[in-house]
Design a protein around this ligand. Sequence first.
Ligand code: ZN
Ligand code: ZN
Length: 343
Amino acid sequence: MAKSTMWAAVVTEYGKPLQIREMAVPEPGPGELLIKLETCGVCHSDLDVRNGSTAPANPKFPLVLGHEGVGRVVKRGVGCSLIEEGMRVGLPWMHDTCGQCRECLTGYESFCTRHRGHGFSVDGGFAEFAIVKELYTAVIPDELTSVEAAPLLCAGVTAYGGLLKAELAPGKVCVIFGCGGLGQYAIQLAKASGATVIAVEANEQKLTLARRLGADHALPANAETGARIRALGGADACLNFAPSNKVWPAILEAVNARAWIISVAQVPEPVQLNLEWLLYTGARITGTSVGSRQELRDLLRLAVDLKLKLNIETVSLRQADEALDRLARGQVEGRLVIDFTKH
Ligand SMILES: [Zn+2]
Ligand SMILES: [Zn+2]
């Protein structure tokens, strides 16, 4: 007989530790798939949701966190026709979007103001079972293990989505600020574009890792950073993965004319912007958030072809809350991934 209950790590109230609860296994509705999770990555946004610093207009409690899940389809709702039972699929950030707005219809669906997020406005992947929509999931290539694939579903596609906006090519210089999980993916993907890659990071171990992942230059984050980038030819694209506004002066000093400045990390503190400087440099400032479904599919393929690497440490579902605390303290080198075979 199929299991009727499951263990899940849930938010019961913002600002409180996650609770491990036994809950009913959800039933897939029309167009939905029930998946049995094998892994789920732990993202910095999960921490923001637990703390309540990021919240939907109408929060639901208890809420199962998690938006980097990988699992096998165990049941299909009516109307599913593309994905078979037994296939391994992803539970990404986007549960669904409105499918009707300009953003949805022109390739920018991650900016749909009516999109629903897993582990945010609907239940996510910190549970033994979860629901994904057939049209919003992605099949995981056989070459990737479920542990390797999990962080691609948010960290990976976010890094990739940001780089796609940076117009990288051979001869261009791309600076990656912050070399945690997303930055580590970004270094490898930027390198594959043929650009020269400069990594900037305060933590010495992460700088060593950045070099190993292919960064042409790895610079410590300090008052000299901007000048050192200028000495290397200046930046044609700066992507900020560091959760701090302290990198802003270095970015302003580093950029070449018409450079891209792309905000990826969630930084709530403001920065100063001189409009005359903007006029004379023609710098282009934008932000990025996850990626479209097609970008996710492309990234999963690229992860296989480029053999994308990430420093991953696995934990059990029961360690989910502790994993968030470690993220809050900055004690994670790459990515933590919940492995559901661990107890
Ligand atoms: Zn995330
Ligand atoms: Zn929309």
